[in-house]
Design a protein around this ligand. Structure first.
Ligand code: ME8
Length: 512
């Protein structure tokens, strides 16, 4: 069985989850579910990033110890993952003992191989990014009594000046190996625009980077010099290795690591496409197989942030629309790669058009006519159905899109099959035909077969709905237990099963 290791970035726990985090988690979950359908041995990892100055200060601001703050907020991320039906196999917290052990071993290996050394570091630091900047990376802010302020290019906030003895990772050595990696593996970082960004960062020239701090103690201690702790990013990135057994279970690590796929947002390309692959090379390991980079979900054209007071909590939307409808919207309406704007109206529109009118309506009219014309017993499809070719085309397009991590296109392809089937029913009008006639059985058998295939193909987006359709069709097991591509082949709805109408899957919303 092919292994497939997939990860989300691990969010900082200085704050509660917002729909940007939900967007990343749902996209990663959908790809993981797709690979389970393909029969891969999937290991899906998510978790929380709990060290660093940002988290320490956020704890101080609310009068908690860092430990109390991270315990409380990590739990919120875990609960949100459950609420969103995220099928992660593990949830890693960087404050866990297993992670401290792996970080120490990983960085000790790089140290022993000669790529870490001590130097004095001085420079501007953005606490929100947890990153040092060079002077020429900063942007000019307003002028004040102390001259012109220099701001972080990501957050637009004033940077602080830090000076300390730090251990440095010899990143500069890795310019050529990193460019070779990206040239030899053109799909390692996708989409192409993000790959070009990563290549641009490397071609600008790489300086050695400071990886430890002495000014705080909320972090993983440096094993060879305990006055230092690792700077948060260099502990956090190692989470991907920790969870699959780095340093504790070499067989498991060696089986999963070559199949590693990271899903991240565009703001952390530098860390995942430059620093992390270089650290891996320095530790004698291969860079990740893929880094898939998504854009930002914006609210009113702006990035969500605590200061802008424009954060939307995933739990509110789940309560309002249901988890599958929210998942579907995030995957279908915000294509993976560019930024996308979140709007309540778009969720309602998509809900009504694709879920209520197309999918819900197809199931409901098929089950109704099976009830009224065929005594509730679903017939088998015809081998030569006009829908067989459409189903095969839509399957190919759906599979190709999931494989290139384009959920929006994958769902468009699956929903094309639903739309074509609704049109087929409208032109054949089985509800007008004679009860029990071969014509009714033929048309409804075809439509039931489409519903069977659609239930499987929709698993990555709407897993609960898919299993519910499967159950109402009278099929044994679950839609999510089927294996592709075999299960998508035309003609497998057996016929003779009791079809249940049930309440509407997605009652139409009247708030638009
Ligand atoms: O960067 N839309 O944590 P984080 C889409 N701890 N994605 C968004 C988003 C938005 N509005 N806002 C954030 C960190 N994200 C580090 C990661 S990994 C070893 C350490 C994405 O809480 C963001 O791009 O700031 C990132 O991929 C993830 O959420 C966590 O962001």
């Amino acid at each position: 069985m092919a292994k497939f290791f997939i990860t989300t970035a691990i969010p900082y726990v200085n704050d509660a989850p917002h729909i940007g985090h939900a967007y990343e988690a749902v996209n990663t979950d959908a790809v993981a579910r797709w690979h389970r359908l393909l029969g891969d041995d999937v290991f899906f990892l998510t978790g929380t990033d709990e060290h660093g100055l940002k988290v320490q200060r956020s704890a101080e601001a609310v009068g908690l110890t860092p430990k109390e703050q991270v315990d409380r907020n990590s739990e919120r991320f875990r609960e949100t993952a459950k609420l969103l039906d995220i099928s992660n196999d593990d949830f890693i917290r960087t404050t866990e003992e297993r992670h401290h052990g792996a970080v120490k071993q990983f960085l000790q290996t790089i140290y022993d191989r000669g790529d870490i050394e001590i130097q004095r570091y001085e420079g501007p630091y953005c606490v929100s990014c947890e990153a040092y900047y060079t002077d020429d990376e900063l942007v000019a802010g307003p002028s004040g009594a102390e001259g012109q302020q220099q701001l972080c290019p990501v957050h637009g906030r004033p940077v602080e000046f830090f000076s300390e003895d730090n251990y440095f990772f010899k990143l500069s050595k890795y310019e050529k190996p990193l460019l070779d990696w990206l040239t030899d593996n053109p799909d390692a970082v996708q989409p192409d625009t993000r790959r070009n960004e990563a290549i641009g960062l490397i071609k600008q020239g790489l300086r050695d980077i400071s990886i430890t701090r002495t000014s705080i103690d909320w972090g993983v201690p440096v094993p060879w010099d305990e006055k230092h702790v690792f700077y948060v990013w260099y502990d956090a990135l190692v989470n991907y290795a920790t969870a699959i057994g780095y340093g504790t279970d070499p067989d498991r690590f060696n089986a999963f690591w070559p199949t590693a796929n990271h899903v991240i947002g565009k703001d952390i390309i530098r860390f995942h496409c430059v620093y992390w692959p270089a650290m891996l090379l320095a530790a004698g390991l291969d860079p990740p197989r893929h880094v898939w980079v998504h854009g930002f979900l914006l609210v009113g054209g702006e990035k969500m942030s605590k200061t802008a007071l424009n954060q939307i909590a995933p739990a509110d939307l789940v309560e309002d629309f249901g988890v599958d409808a929210l998942r579907y919207h995030l995957l279908r309406d915000v294509p993976f790669g560019p930024d996308g704007d979140f709007s309540y109206e778009r969720v309602v529109d998509r809900y009504n058009s694709d879920l209520a009118n197309n999918l819900g309506n197809l199931l409901s009219r098929v089950a109704t006519v099976v009830g009224s014309k065929l005594d509730g017993v679903g017939p088998a499809p015809r081998a030569d159905s006009p829908l067989a070719g459409v189903a095969a085309d839509c399957y190919e397009a759906t599979a190709a899109a999931w494989n290139r991590v384009a959920p929006s296109e994958a769902l468009e392809a699956t929903w094309r099959l639903i739309r074509e089937t609704n049109a087929y029913l409208e032109s054949n009008e089985p509800w007008k035909a004679e009860a029990g006639s071969p014509e009714v059985a033929a048309v409804l058998g075809d439509a039931l077969e489409v519903l069977r295939i659609v239930a499987i193909l929709a698993v990555p987006a709407v897993p609960t709905t898919s299993n519910e359709i499967w159950r109402r069709l009278g099929l044994p097991g679950g839609a999510d237990e089927q294996r592709l591509p075999d299960a998508a082949a035309w003609g497998q709805y057996p016929g003779g099963l009791a079809v249940e109408k049930g309440p509407p899957l997605f009652p139409r919303r009247v708030d638009r």
